[in-house]
Write a protein that binds this ligand. Structure first.
Ligand SMILES: O=C(O)CCC(=O)C(=O)O
Ligand SMILES: [Fe+2]
Length: 511
């Protein structure tokens, strides 16, 4: 028998109820799909599901491999009952529809569990209904003007609350915050009639929800972002192409008079000179941070509370920026010591459409690695990996579906022995990642290849695609055994995997 254990975080309301919560299947007020809600102590709660790729639970004396978590947060039941009351009044055109009794209204074919909400509906639906009493019987009919007054009230209180919850809201103008508040409330409303009526009522132009995804915040386009130009890549590019300081200065002055779009294409052009190997979407930037910056980063990583580390079977990691799950990020602000580095990667690469908002810090002892894998779909397909502490070889292997027959298999390809015979996307390759370097890969290298690090304390770097670049910038960092070019990993390596999760959830609000 399959034993399913749900791990819930839900509010203990402490209002005297001692019945266990019930899971009810009701229709989602926007999508109309059957959705699970927790009915707990007379309160309706919606459930968010969080799952991280790596995570398990200690339960008593055993480990449950599935590390997912369900979080229940209160939702105003009026949102959930609104479509049911709307349908029940059988409104046609200008006719306001019929008064009905609650048990009739809550009879929803295929969804018997609405009946559990009888007393809740009695308490809360008067706010949006007209009522009539005949003897001991009470009749309800949804009233559009009451619904709109209630919705406007929700939007206004949310608009007031947002700036205190998130500094991005505090920085924007009031009208934009109003639009954001409507779009958050709109996650619980059908477009016809409620969302359109609400836009109208607030004097806002209706935005077609099919062009704007619900339940998430999509970051503004990069070219609308304020961005300061970083010349770090420029300087390195100049070093590589032999340009001297005067030209660098000139480029910097020009920058001030160019628009943001130009800055982006400039940053990308500079990145061009760091391209390595035959796969066109891999860049290796040696010495991306200074020795001093490396020391400061390591101090922060190891200086904080030990509880930030999560121990996995073959390495430890710290998760910064919030929880990533299938549908996006439940955000947590990055600390300033991390934004210093993520801003530098964002600005100097020009590859991310908005600020990097998630950083995974991995720690590897010499006999530890990471299995060949592909980064998840929640991320924007560009990743910047900053290496600290000790060199390591990262192997890239095309997905099985792309590999030409007769090629090495992934498991035999972990020590970087594979060659790089042709310019295509079908052959394995490896990159030597020296301390303080930044590896960026995107598009094809992100989506058509698996990347991994073998758990071997010795790795061959003879055929890595960036040997010259890696060794040129790292005197004394690398070890050579004669001509063998074997890397002896004898120190701990720490890496910062910096990514952008474009969809950020903002709707964990209580209405
Ligand atoms: O540590 C590294 O260099 C790789 C980490 C990685 O691939 C990941 O976090 O997805
Ligand atoms: Fe990865």
């Amino acid at each position: 028998m399959l034993l399913s254990i749900f791990r819930f975080i839900c509010e203990d309301l402490g209002c005297g109820g001692n019945k266990p919560g019930e899971l009810l299947t009701l229709r989602h007020p926007k999508s109309e799909n059957g959705t699970c809600y927790l009915f707990n102590n007379g309160m309706l709660q919606e459930i968010q599901w969080f799952k991280q790729s790596y995570g398990s639970w200690f339960l008593g004396d055993y480990i449950s491999q599935d590390g997912s978590l369900y979080m229940a947060t209160p939702v105003d039941p009026v949102f959930i009952l609104l479509p049911v009351f709307d349908q029940a009044r059988m409104k046609k055109g200008d006719d306001p529809g019929k008064f009905r009794q609650l048990d009739e209204i809550l009879f929803v074919e295929g969804y018997p569990e609405y009946q559990h909400l009888l007393s809740l509906a009695e308490k809360c639906m008067e706010i949006v209904c007209q009522t009539q009493e005949v003897g001991s019987m009470k009749f309800y009919r949804l009233d559009n003007s009451k619904v709109l007054a209630w919705l406007t009230c929700k939007v206004r209180s949310l608009k007031k609350a947002l700036p205190a919850l998130d500094k991005n809201y505090a920085a924007q103008d009031e009208k934009q915050t109003l639009v954001d508040a409507v779009s958050i409330v709109g996650e619980y409303l059908k477009t016809e009639p409620w969302l359109k009526l609400l836009y109208d009522c607030l004097g806002l132009e209706f935005v077609d929800p099919t062009t704007k995804e619900t339940n998430t915040e999509t970051f503004p386009n990069a070219i609308e972002n304020k961005m300061e130009y970083s010349n770090s890549l420029q300087e390195k590019a100049n070093k590589k192409t032999g340009k001297h300081g005067k030209q660098t200065k000139q480029a910097k002055v020009e920058t001030g008079s160019k628009n943001i779009r130009d800055m982006f294409s400039r940053a990308s052009m500079e990145l061009e000179s760091f391209r390595v190997g035959l796969t066109p979407t891999v860049f290796y930037i040696p010495g991306f941070v200074t020795d001093q910056e490396q020391t400061q980063l390591l101090d922060h990583i190891y200086g904080g509370s030990g509880s930030k580390w999560k121990t996995l079977k073959n390495r430890r990691l710290q998760n910064w920026g919030g929880m990533v799950h299938e549908k996006g990020l439940v955000p947590q602000e990055l600390p300033s010591w991390l934004t210093k580095i993520t801003a530098k990667i964002h600005e100097s690469s020009g590859l991310f459409p908005s600020a990097i908002n998630h950083v995974l810090i991995n720690e590897y002892h010499p006999d530890q690695g990471i299995m060949p894998h592909q980064d998840g779909p929640a991320y924007f397909p560009v990743v910047g990996i900053l290496s600290l502490g000790s060199p390591v070889v990262m192997d890239f292997s095309p997905h099985l579906r792309l590999r030409s027959s007769g090629d090495d298999d992934i498991s035999s390809d972990q020590s970087g022995k594979s060659g790089v015979p042709e310019r295509d996307n079908q052959h394995s390759f490896s990159v030597l990642m020296m301390p303080r370097s930044l590896l960026i890969f995107k598009d094809d290298a992100y989506s058509d290849y698996l990347h991994g690090i073998s758990d071997s304390p010795t790795q061959c770097y003879k055929q890595v695609v960036n040997e010259t670049e890696a060794l040129a910038y790292s005197s004394g960092d690398s070890r050579k055994d004669g001509d063998n070019k074997i890397l002896h990993r004898d120190q701990t390596r720490v890496s910062l995997t910096c990514r952008l999760v474009p969809k950020v959830h903002k709707n964990l609000f209580r209405f």
